[in-house]
Design a protein around this ligand. Sequence first.
Ligand code: NAP
Length: 294
Amino acid sequence: MSARLIDGKAISEQVLQETQDGVTQFRAKHGCAPGLAFVRVGEDPASVVYVGAKAKMCERLGIQSQTFVLPAITSESQVLELVRSLNGQKSIHGILVQAPLPDGMSQDRVFEAIDPAKDVDGFHPMNVGKLAVGDPGGFIACTPAGVHQLLIRSGIEIAGKHVVVLGRSRIVGKPMALILMEKGKYADATVTVCHSRSRDLPSLTRQADILIAALGRNRFVKADMVRDGAVVMDVGITRVPDSSKKSGFRLEGDVDFGSVSEKASWITPVPGGVGPMTIAMLMANTLKAAQFSM
Ligand code: NAP
């Protein structure tokens, strides 16, 4: 392997430490803790794990969290009612509704019911709009914000670079492109966004100085899709059945790590790359929401 590894675990620890310091100062100044409410609908196993891990992290940092669990048969209007009641509670500064929601429930309507000032996931159209116009007063989706921090804190130059983003989802690809095409420090990239209708993907990805893969297709990006010396950020997480693991599965990214790490200059591993940053940025957004509310 010739690429340098971007250690998401170590960099997320930096962000968490800074956030914890901010939480301590917030508590001393205001006499209360930043508050984050989790809403989980149904028992999707991954969601149970994710919400549990986020709540545990809140506890570590001194953020007050509450988890509201609703049965999968809950109606959309009941979820909306809960969200609206959380919007009105002063001690709750952030609200996170864990996706995916049960079939038949509109994720968009639920996300849009969250007060934009409490939208620590950054999915509300108001916050997406603020990102699009370069207003720093909004919240940026945690995963792309985490990838951005990995680049910045690894000292990787972004200005003037050609970034190719694989994927155009509301959660990752689109906000990722907006962050990096923004005018200003730690941005100013030339960004190409690819998706399932893009033609001749390898010819596009080979142009990338920085390649960001967020497709949800394990080991999709092979060495022949990457130019020598590129920076490769792997957002993908796919559970692949693996009987040798206690859990019964292993995690794979969207990048064929073994071959691509021979060509790239920097690369994120899966797990231990982008993943830990998502939760760290959620904590940072919650502190920001609490600070903005004062
Ligand atoms: P998504 O909503 O399914 O979006 C996938 C995107 O990839 C879409 O834009 C799709 O194109 C594009 N795509 C899929 N197959 C393609 C192909 N063969 N060629 C070109 N483009 C293709 O997924 P997501 O929510 O953005 O998540 C992407 C991955 O990141 C998943 O593995 C997810 O688990 C992972 N993820 C990780 C974190 C983390 O914390 N590390 C957080 C969020 C997501 P179309 O738009 O044309 O359909």
